[in-house]
Design a protein around this ligand. Structure first.
Ligand SMILES: NC(=O)c1ccc[n+]([C@@H]2O[C@H](COP(=O)([O-])OP(=O)(O)OC[C@H]3O[C@@H](n4cnc5c(N)ncnc54)[C@H](OP(=O)(O)O)[C@@H]3O)[C@@H](O)[C@H]2O)c1
Length: 257
């Protein structure tokens, strides 16, 4: 039996990915820290669909978290044919005013975890000559983000890392795709006042639409998927304006009003 593994499946984009993959008959391995929410989600999916749903309540942050998740999946002899590295966190604020632990938490979950999970599951996929990996980056991946500098940095890494591997895998049957959503109405927006500064300036997408967009493009030949026409336009537009002007624009958007 093959499974789609979704990290950060207890809320937001990950939860909506779980719903749409379930609806399309994918067996699921759902991961997040919140055991109760995962158990309720499994109960709902078990009632609605004839699929097998496994839940793994676990902190997957960093090398230890990611390796533990892989070990659990191997011990249970579950085969993952689609991996969705979705779990991610962010904070808003001046870099200097944040403590080092906050930076490390972000880098661990947004960079170290998807890097290790991609490596481990890719090694298995190479053996079976099939598989897909979706890494959830952001429109933030395409530029620097004053007042969210570490977050933007982690998402830039994820995009560049994933695109590089996509090229390395070009002649194989394995596909790695980076999904870049723009601002999306999830619990992420409530984190550390991001909502007040970030979201009131933009059109905010529904996480269900982001998840549907990924599923619609499940067999895409593209390496990068950008959700939403406005986001596509903004990313194209920033290529034509000087970096300093763009930095200043992003800073203004991020500043508290
Ligand atoms: N919302 C946006 O505007 C937006 C825009 C662009 C990109 N994204 C990206 O989309 C992805 C999903 O974000 P979202 O907006 O859906 O956020 P969200 O609603 O806050 O969901 C984050 C998910 O990650 C899980 N998670 C957090 N820390 C974890 C840990 N240490 N171990 C295991 N699971 C953990 C959370 O569950 P638990 O708390 O139960 O662990 C939750 O299921 C992120 O990578 C984010 O950067 C979001």
């Amino acid at each position: 039996m093959k499974y789609t593994l979704i990290t950060g499946a207890s809320s937001g984009i990950g939860l909506n990915l779980a719903l749409i993959f379930a609806k399309n008959n994918h067996n699921l391995i759902l991961v997040a820290r919140n055991k109760k929410t995962l158990a309720l989600l499994k109960e709902k999916l078990d009632l609605l669909y004839k699929i097998d749903v496994k839940i793994i309540p676990l902190d997957i942050s960093g090398e230890v978290g990611a390796t533990n998740l892989y070990k659990i999946i191997k011990e249970r002899m579950l085969k993952v044919d689609i991996l969705i590295n979705n779990a991610g966190i962010g904070y808003h604020g001046n870099f200097l005013e944040k403590n080092t632990q906050a930076d490390m938490d972000l880098i661990n979950l947004n960079i170290i975890t998807p890097t290790i999970l991609t490596k481990l599951f890719l090694q298995d996929m190479i053996k079976t000559k099939s598989g897909k990996i979706f890494n959830i980056a952001s429109t933030a991946s395409f530029q620097s983000g004053p007042l969210m500098s570490v977050y933007y940095g982690t998402k830039s890494y994820l995009l560049n890392f994933s695109e590089g591997i996509a090229e390395e895998l070009r002649d194989s049957n394995i596909k790695i795709v980076t999904l870049c959503p723009g601002p999306t109405k999830t619990s992420f927006e409530k984190m550390d006042k991001i909502e007040k500064v970030h979201f009131k300036n933009f059109h905010i997408a529904d996480p269900e639409d982001v998840a549907k967009y990924l599923y619609k493009n499940i067999n895409t030949k593209k390496d990068i998927l950008i959700h939403g026409n406005l986001n596509k336009f903004m990313i194209a537009f920033t290529k034509f304006i000087p970096r300093k002007i763009n930095l200043n624009l992003v800073k203004k958007i991020q500043q508290k009003k």
